[in-house]
Design a protein around this ligand. Structure first.
Ligand SMILES: *Cc1c(COP(=O)(O)O)cnc(C)c1O
Length: 364
């Protein structure tokens, strides 16, 4: 008998009823934290029938966190709902954050700042060395500027946290009240957004009568996966969670996720312990490096655009999908019926990578 069965019996609840009452408890825990509304939630959970048929593995679903609504959407919106609320509580008038040149996090942060009437400074680290005008000016960079943020560049390998602190000192000397949001919004505050997403997804599945076997997504600065691990642990879910890495090697990625998941659990203050064995990352799909295209990513992005009409991105969700598709072919999900891909967004970056896809010109 598992713990879940035991508690269910003790409280005379079916496992399904228990799950829903744990979801309710988690909602109450999260309600203690300040939060500002920035997005459209819950995001849809939709079947990908044509893709499932084509791949011949488990039935595939997509959790549409690309549809969070904020400036073309994406996973940073959930984190920013908690982070921006803290910034407001602390009396901030200026937001500072950092990311890679085509950072989706930077773009959503500039939009959130605009919506809340705050100034926004973003520092963009040149991680790829690309001088392609689309890469350095179009896509997310265009939107950062459109939202009114000031945008500065930094070379690769510079300590971006130091750079943000230096900028904050300068702004304070000018009488501003800056609030620093870490890269990717990945700290114990931001990760609460994905604790809540775990609850949202499980409740949504329950309402559809769907039993999710596995949940897959792209993992980078780790806040998304850390929040999901903490949330799934809180509701005693046995959904198999797998992050597909986009930058760091496996050991480092898993350690980052684990550390942040435990910090997030501690921040929640409910005594939750994270099991190291619940943290899984596959980093075989990074290719030559962060933000650098791979053949698998290109194929995956095209396949989803052409079978499901869905837009994925070259840096994160496209590599995540490459991992999903390849692992289906390798039998990783054998014996599983329903697998959900969490679409973390990023399609605005496609315009920064316009030449990557080798698309044909006009037919006539
Ligand atoms: C930031 C980002 C991720 C990774 O999320 P982390 O919380 O940083 O691990 C995945 N997909 C997209 C599109 C992103 O912008």
């Amino acid at each position: 008998m598992t713990d879940t069965d035991l508690i269910a019996e003790r409280e005379n609840q079916t496992p399904a009823e228990l799950t829903l009452s744990l979801c309710k408890d988690l909602s109450m825990t999260l309600a203690k934290f300040p939060k500002v509304r920035l997005g459209h939630f819950p995001t849809p959970l939709e079947p990908m029938d044509r893709l499932s048929e084509q791949l011949g593995g488990p039935r595939l679903w997509v959790k549409r966190d690309d549809c969070t609504g904020l400036s073309t959407g994406g996973n940073k919106t959930r984190k920013l709902e908690y982070l921006m609320a803290v910034a407001q509580e602390e009396g901030a008038d200026t937001i500072i954050t950092q990311g890679a040149t085509q950072s989706n996090h930077a773009r959503q942060t500039t939009a959130a700042s605009a919506k809340l009437g705050m100034a926004c400074h973003i520092l963009l680290e040149d991680r790829t060395g690309s001088n392609d005008p689309n890469y350095i000016l179009n896509g997310n960079v265009l939107l950062d500027r459109l939202h009114g943020a000031s945008v500065s560049k930094r070379g690769s390998g510079i300590d971006m946290n130091d750079e943000m602190e230096t900028l904050a000192d300068k702004l304070r000397a000018d009488g501003k009240q800056p609030y620093i949001i870490p890269g990717g919004g990945s700290n114990a505050i931001g990760a609460l957004g994905y604790v809540n997403c775990a609850r949202e997804l499980v409740e949504q599945a329950a309402s559809l009568g769907l039993n999710i076997d596995a949940l897959i997504h792209a993992t980078g600065s780790s806040g998304t996966q850390a929040g999901l691990v903490a949330g799934l642990t809180a509701i005693q879910s046995d959904i198999h969670l797998l992050g597909i890495g986009v930058r760091a090697p496996k050991e480092k990625q898993e350690q980052m996720v684990f550390d942040l998941a435990q910090k997030t659990a501690d921040h929640m203050g409910t005594g939750l312990q994270i099991a190291r064995s619940d943290v899984r990352a596959n980093t075989d799909y990074v290719g030559p490096g962060y933000g650098l295209p791979t053949d698998g990513m290109i194929e995956a992005v095209k396949l989803l655009a052409q079978t499901e009409g869905l837009l994925f991105d070259p840096v994160y969700s496209g590599k995540g999908l490459d991992g999903l598709i390849d692992q289906i072919r390798k039998g990783y999900f054998d014996g599983m019926n329903d697998v959900v891909f969490l679409h973390t967004g990023g399609s605005a970056a496609l315009f920064g990578y316009a030449d990557t896809f080798g698309l044909p010109g006009y037919s006539d």
